[in-house]
Design a protein around this ligand. Sequence first.
Ligand code: URA
Ligand code: SF4
Length: 219
Amino acid sequence: MPRTDAPIGAQHFVPADAHELDELKAAAAHCRGCELYEDATQTVFGRGNADARVVFVGEQPGDVEDQKGLPFVGPAGRLLREAVDDAGIDPGSVYITNAVKHFRFELRGKRRIHQSPGPTHITACRPWLVAEFAQLKPELVVVLGATAAKALLGPSFRVTRSRGQLMPWPASAQHPEDFPVAEVQALATIHPSAVLRADDRDAAYAGLVEDLKVAATVL
Ligand code: URA
Ligand code: SF4
């Protein structure tokens, strides 16, 4: 039977009185806000310090991240670290997380093939992102790819059209009131996985670094 019910959402699992990212992470391990927890290995929460100057938001954990329980530790993560370094951003000043905290995949034989999260998963998981931002006070938010853009900037935002531009955020979000945080600068760019998939990988990588250099100007 196909599922027709909307997910109940992560808001039922987010501790209202959390004072630390670690409390959120511990609670997120038990989240059942949507069905993605059923097949994934574990929740992959954000990583970094509460005093990070930059917050990177990706899509969802990949295969490696799902097994290790940490964001951006697979091939896309390796590429992102390289790009962060080439853009002159201090990796020690970064908090990194995802719009959706469980790996969504399709089983083909024994292989787990990445499937992008749908709008219901992005909406269901967003309370974790909101809760993370409530503990963080970055100067800059870097939005990696379309899924993170949907979660942070709204469904009509187009990364290809508006990448590499600094914007005041959450003012530029579709519903800024969803993020009760101080105004910061945000910049959207392509997802590092898109660089790995690109026909002209060198050009795609150079574009990513160029965008991140724009982001770095506010630091
Ligand atoms: N891609 C993402 O968006 N996030 C990860 O953590 C890994 C790959
Ligand atoms: Fe909860 Fe998000 Fe995992 Fe869904 S994807 S179960 S909302 S943590």
